[in-house]
Each structure stands twice: as structure tokens, then as C-alpha cells.
Design a protein around this ligand. Structure first.
Ligand code: PLP
Length: 400
């Protein structure tokens, strides 16, 4: 009988956090490292949002609040859903947590029983499967092929659903692939879901605003209102509003689910920071133009990275519609040996040797449940990206 909980043995530490930590440690030792591992914009939080936080502190808005959000923020979130997604929610259908991660965590922990299955399109964000496992559920990966632009095909979804399926997790634009879906592509998936009325939908819309080349965002309930009674639409401020460190996420869905999530949060973290909540009111209600400005820069960086990676020997990199990631295949390099004599047997060997030999930090595809690939975050300066891609080209060119 060990001291630690058995449930802890079911999960892994976050691989993206581990790579970022290793890159920082190497940097501290004086190594010249370019980290392309971070899942956060390099832009600073807009000034009006910071000012709102300072104002909140000055006005003494520094006490406990309602567990799952102040009424003003819930109203701002309901208004956002109406304005941007055409979705009507009462404030009793809105939950605010300490990051989108907590909202997902609450929803899964509040609903999973042993044996419940959760269908997750793969590759996928690192935390979904581990949270499901922690909650005693079973992740069921639905593979998304590079040939399909990493988009889930309706037949694959159909095949993954069983009588035990409790949730289907949808994430577009996707971390780690950047893949986004047209209205028709979302509809093809919601048509499948309409045939399986026992399956709930957890849509992670975190990258809603990070879309390029004129692509439009579609969230499942907007495309298929018939899913309203069994969907949690989740979103947050971390990515589009450059507020990763502030820790604020939210979700909207059926009131009984929201109430259950609040019960769990009341016995764990209680309310998200009062100061962050007031900043979030300003973020959602204030000017939004900076998002478009950031997107122009992100799209240019994406084009640079995709073009340079496709010039690297053995790599294949699709051009995604959104988020700030690309997910190249390194299949053409498996079995080769690096300049320093390291044999590349899988994508983890590839990113480890790339970090050791060229000082470029990326995350291996196995962390996102699909190999042999790796993820690059292009949310960093254009100069750093260009230098990193030059190093990747050199590393790949030297493989024998
Ligand atoms: N969902 C996806 C797809 C993400 O990439 C992230 C962050 O990396 C989150 C959720 C969690 O975001 P946060 O907890 O910072 O709001």
C-alpha cells in the first residue's frame, strides 16, 4: 500500500509543461535554446484589461466572490455567446473557472463514472485523456489522418461511439494541429451525434478567435441547435486575449450540469481570482480589434513556418486554418541516425535529439496521442522562428 493515490498512477504529468521546463533549465545553464513548445501567445495582455484589474484592486474588489463567477462576468459571457455565436444562455447556465482547464476538469469529474467512455479525436490536447483517466473514465481515441487535414471524419466518429460513450470532446481550431472545420464539416459530425442521444458534447472553443484566411468559426450547437440540451460549450481568455497567466475560463450548458460543476468547485478552488474576473469583464465587453491585428501576425508566421518545414528533408507539414500550432509528420526520418550518432526510433527521439543537438524545443506527437509527428508553436517572434526552422532544416539534412 503506497502513500499516493492509485488514481495518480493512471495519469502522466503534462508533456508540454515538461518540455517547456526542460527548455528553461537548459537556457539557465547558458545554452542557446529556442523554445517552440509554449501554448501561449507572445503578445502582452492588452492595456485596457490590465487597467480594469488595477481598478478592481483599488476599489477593493479583492474578496471572495460567488463560487462560479460574479454576476457581471456571467452577464458578459452570456452576451458574448449571443453576439458571437448566436447562442442564448441564462446566467444560471454559465460557469466560470480558473482557466478553461478547470471548466473541463469540473465537467468531467462531475459526470464520469467507472466504465464511462469519452471519445476524443486524436491528435488532441494533452490533458483530455488524463483528466478522463483521473475521473475513472476511459478515453477512446478517434484518429484524424493527415490526409484529411487532421479533421475527424463522420464515419470515424460513428465507429468510436458505443452504448458506454458519455462525452464526445470536440476542439477546433485544434491544439496541436490547428485544424478548423467549415460549417458543413461540423454539420456532418453533429448529424452523427443526433443519432446517438445518450452522448453529451464537450466543445472546447479555446481557439475560436485564432482563425486565418477568412475562415469562419462554427460551434456545434450553433450548427445543430438540437444538441443544446446536451452540450457544454467551453471557452476562455487565455489564448485570444493573451491572458494565460490570469487563469480564467468559462462554459455554458444545461443548468443542472452547471450546478454540479459549481458544487465540485465549491469544495476545491472556490472562485477564480476576483481581480481576474473584473479584468475578464473588460476583456469581453471592451474593444476587440487587437485580435485581428494579432491574427495578421500569426498568419504570416504560420506561412513562414509551413514553407520552411516543407523544405526540410523528410518532413511533411500541412497548412492549418487556425490556432498557433503546426503538426508536421517526421515519418520520413524514423530509423535514421543524427549527426551525433543518436538513432531516431520515434518522435520522442526526434525532438530529444533536436533539442540536444540544435537547441530547438518542440513537443513529440506521442504526447498528443498520434505518432510520428511533433508540434511546433509559432507564437514566438518571426526572427526566432526563422532561426529555429533553419536549425530544423540543418538537423534533418544531417540525418543519415
Ligand atoms: N483547451 C485547449 C485546447 C488548450 O490548448 C488549452 C491550453 O493550452 C486549454 C484548453 C486550457 O487553457 P486555460 O486553462 O489556460 O484556459
Amino acid at each position: 500500500m503506497g502513500f499516493f493515490a492509485d488514481s495518480l498512477n493512471r495519469i502522466q504529468p503534462s508533456a508540454t509543461i515538461a518540455v517547456a521546463t526542460k527548455a528553461r533549465q537548459l537556457q539557465a545553464q547558458g545554452r542557446d535554446i529556442i523554445s517552440l513548445s509554449a501554448g501561449e501567445p507572445d503578445f502582452d495582455t492588452p492595456v485596457n484589461i490590465k487597467e480594469a484589474a488595477i481598478r478592481a484592486m483599488r476599489e477593493g474588489k479583492t474578496k471572495y466572490t460567488d463560487v462560479d463567477g460574479i454576476p457581471e462576468l456571467k452577464a458578459a459571457i452570456a452576451a458574448k455567446f449571443k453576439r458571437e455565436n448566436g447562442l442564448a444562455y441564462e446566467t444560471s447556465q454559465v460557469s466560470v473557472g480558473t482557466g478553461g482547464k478547470q471548466v473541463l476538469y469540473n465537467a468531467l469529474m462531475a459526470t464520469l463514472n467507472p466504465g464511462d467512455e469519452v471519445v476524443i479525436p486524436a491528435p488532441c490536447w494533452v490533458s483530455y485523456a488524463d483528466i478522463v483517466l483521473l475521473g475513472g473514465g476511459k478515453p477512446v481515441f478517434a484518429p484524424c489522418r493527415i490526409e484529411d487535414g487532421y479533421k475527424l471524419q463522420p464515419a470515424t466518429l460513428e465507429k468510436a461511439i458505443t452504448p458506454q460513450t458519455k462525452w464526445f470532446i470536440f476542439n477546433a481550431p485544434c491544439n496541436p494541429t490547428g485544424a478548423a472545420y467549415s460549417k458543413g464539416e461540423v454539420k456532418a459530425l453533429t448529424d452523427v451525434l443526433m443519432r446517438h442521444s445518450h452522448v453529451w458534447v464537450l466543445t472546447d472553443d479555446m481557439y475560436e478567435h485564432l482563425l486565418y484566411d477568412g475562415h469562419t468559426f462554427w460551434t456545434p450547437v450553433q450548427v445543430e441547435p438540437g444538441l443544446y440540451e446536451r452540450t457544454l460549450t467551453m471557452n476562455g481568455l487565455s489564448k485570444a486575449y493573451c491572458m494565460t497567466g490570469w487563469r480564467l475560463g468559462y462554459g455554458a450548458g444545461p443548468a443542472p450540469l452547471i450546478k454540479a460543476m459549481c458544487k465540485l468547485q465549491s469544495q476545491s478552488t472556490s472562485n477564480p481570482s476576483s481581480i481576474t474576473q473584473w479584468a475578464a469583464v473588460e476583456a469581453l465587453n471592451g474593444p476587440q480589434q487587437f485580435i485581428e491585428q494579432h491574427n495578421k501576425v500569426f498568419a504570416q508566421r504560420r506561412d513562414l513556418v509551413v514553407s520552411m518545414l516543407n523544405q526540410a528533408r523528410g518532413l511533411k507539414c500541412p497548412k492549418p486554418e487556425g490556432a498557433f500550432y503546426v503538426y508536421p509528420s517526421c515519418e520520413g526520418l524514423i530509423g535514421k541516425t543524427s549527426a551525433k550518432g543518436v538513432r531516431i526510433a520515434n518522435d520522442e527521439d526526434f525532438v530529444t535529439a533536436l533539442l540536444d543537438e540544435e537547441g530547438v524545443a518542440c513537443v513529440h506527437g506521442a504526447a498528443f496521442a498520434m505518432s510520428p509527428f511533433f508540434r511546433i508553436s509559432y507564437a514566438t517572434s518571426t526572427d526566432a522562428l526563422e532561426e529555429a526552422c533553419n536549425r530544423i532544416q540543418r538537423f534533418c539534412g544531417n540525418l543519415r
